[in-house]
Ligand binder design. Structure first.
Ligand SMILES: [Zn+2]
Ligand SMILES: [Zn+2]
Ligand SMILES: [Zn+2]
Ligand SMILES: [Zn+2]
Length: 295
């Protein structure tokens, strides 16, 4: 009987060999994002107009080397992130993950990188690295990846391909919210969700399915913050279900843990970004409420 256990050490070699020294996307440090206010009529604090901040990652170009393609061999076809539509010299370009291809950072009170994909626009298959095909056990020919079956990537449930997400759901919106109580409650909800993600331990192998459940529970904790979290509770389960298709490969435990680790850190980034913006919004709302009391 033929063993179904496939040695993937060759694939690992090949993924590393295909890698360039790629510049990884540089995201803003959430805790340091500034959003200044100015005193308007009667001393009421208003947000200063958001300047057109050039994206520090792509230097305003709007595109950068595709991080998915950079990991793949040249003879791969297609790419779930950039579709290989834009090539400069030997490099495939994708819309910049940090600015979603705009070249400028949008107002952080309104928009943040997606909590699911962090700007890639898709959830890339981590078993094949987004190539959709593999050369297994020294084979010369490509065969379909057993996890994604050639799909290479899966739709991101949080942004549906938009690469960004709106700010947390609060009435009328985070930029105009002026009720300190509501903002304080939103801040507490963000902290609660963030704590769940921070406590979450990505584990591959025999405990992986239990970990996926815990990850889903962390997303569910944030479902009132943004519908994207509710969607990701389900999408993360489906996505990890696909990744488990690579469980015959050597090192699959690590792939599974890394994939969950990526989802965890993407969600944490969004939450920290929103924590910062909500904190600033609360500061402004409190100052304005005090001002109104004095009158
Ligand atoms: Zn950019
Ligand atoms: Zn690409
Ligand atoms: Zn997304
Ligand atoms: Zn795959």
């Amino acid at each position: 009987m033929r063993s179904v256990k496939i040695c993937l050490s060759l694939l690992m070699l090949f993924l590393v060999a295909g890698a360039h020294a790629t510049a990884q996307a540089k995201y803003l440090i959430p805790e340091k994002i500034e959003r200044k206010t100015e005193a308007g009529e009667g001393g009421v604090l208003q947000w200063e107009a958001w300047p057109d901040v050039e994206c520090p990652s792509c230097k305003g170009v709007g595109k950068s080397q595709c991080e998915t393609c950079a990991r793949l061999a040249k003879d791969h076809e297609g790419c779930p992130e950039c579709q290989r539509k834009d090539k400069q010299k030997d490099i495939y370009l994708a819309p910049c993950r940090v600015c979603a291809g705009n070249g400028k950072i949008p107002d952080p009170l309104e928009v943040a990188p997606c909590a699911g994909c962090m700007g890639a626009g898709v959830l890339v298959c981590t078993v094949c690295g987004g190539g959709g095909k593999l050369k297994v056990g020294g084979a010369k020919r490509w065969s379909d990846c057993p996890a994604c079956r050639g799909e290479a990537g899966f739709p991101c449930g949080a942004c549906e391909g938009k690469r960004t997400m709106t700010s947390i759901d609060i009435k009328p919106n985070l930029k105009e919210a002026d009720d300190p109580d509501k903002l304080a409650k939103a801040l507490a909800d963000i902290d609660k969700t963030l704590a769940k993600f921070e406590a979450f331990q990505p584990i591959g192998g025999t405990k992986a399915r239990k970990a996926v459940k815990a990850l889903g529970a962390a997303y569910s904790t944030g479902k009132k913050l943004h519908p994207g979290f509710k969607d990701m509770a389900k999408v993360s389960k489906d996505y990890m279900g696909k990744i488990f298709g690579g469980s015959n490969f050597q090192g699959h435990e690590k792939t599974e843990a890394n994939t969950m680790g990526m989802l965890k850190s993407n969600a944490e980034y969004y939450l920290k970004h929103q924590r910062r913006m909500t904190e600033l919004a609360l500061k402004r709302a409190k100052a304005n409420a005090e001002l109104a009391e004095k009158k």
